[in-house]
Write a protein that binds this ligand. Structure first.
Ligand SMILES: NC(=O)c1ccc[n+]([C@@H]2O[C@H](COP(=O)([O-])OP(=O)(O)OC[C@H]3O[C@@H](n4cnc5c(N)ncnc54)[C@H](OP(=O)(O)O)[C@@H]3O)[C@@H](O)[C@H]2O)c1
Length: 164
């Protein structure tokens, strides 16, 4: 997840003022993992911007309460639960899954303890009014910093493991 220095993943109006280096790093990670799981609102935004079409080699899953009758369409699989996304990727032989937001989808994966590592790409910006990385949770999660690296002069990537 790209994140502002004050912890927001987007502005309140859903716009995302991220650097080109950040977008590139995200695309590279999705291509390296080979899959991407996003919430329906993020799908609507990224699809309209044409971002997802650039990732033809990435298996893309959208989580939505209304997947409809055609669960596979236009290069996307639509599923009703996070567990369904996990099972599809397991069946396809993936060892890892890349959960790519937004805030609502992240929250549901945390609630179900289906996240074991986090990548935060901290962008050099304080967002005035924004959307948080996750919504309110009933518990804390402790993190261990595994790696840090600069994506550019101004953007730092933090790689954490969740300590259960
Ligand atoms: N900074 C970053 O790296 C980054 C990455 C991604 C997104 N974003 C930003 O995040 C914002 C969107 O976040 P958001 O929280 O509004 O929306 P979201 O998480 O993208 O999507 C929420 C939707 O996902 C579906 N969903 C989530 N959990 C579900 C569950 N357990 N079961 C069934 N469906 C589930 C529901 O879709 P239905 O309503 O269809 O049922 C829900 O309304 C945007 O501003 C976007 O730009 C930032």
């Amino acid at each position: 997840m790209a994140i502002s220095a004050n912890g927001y993943v987007a502005r309140e109006d859903d716009s995302t003022p991220w650097s080109s280096e950040e977008w590139e790093a995200w695309r590279e990670m999705a291509e390296s993992v080979g899959n991407l799981v996003i919430g329906r609102k993020t799908y609507d935004i990224l699809n309209a911007e044409g971002e997802l079409g650039k990732m033809s080699s990435v298996y893309k899953i959208v989580v939505t309460s209304t997947p409809g009758n055609h669960k596979e369409r236009d290069g996307f699989s639509f599923v009703k639960t996070p567990e369904e996304a996990v099972n599809i990727l397991k069946e396809k032989g993936f060892q890892s899954m890349l959960i790519s937001g937004g805030s609502g989808l992240n929250t549901t994966f945390f609630e179900k303890e289906l996240v074991d590592e986090i990548y935060l790409d901290v962008e050099p910006r304080l967002i005035g009014k924004g959307i948080s990385l996750i919504r309110a949770l009933d518990r804390d999660f402790n993190l261990k910093l595994l790696e840090h690296r600069k994506l550019s002069d101004n953007t730092m990537q933090l790689h954490y493991k969740i300590v259960f």
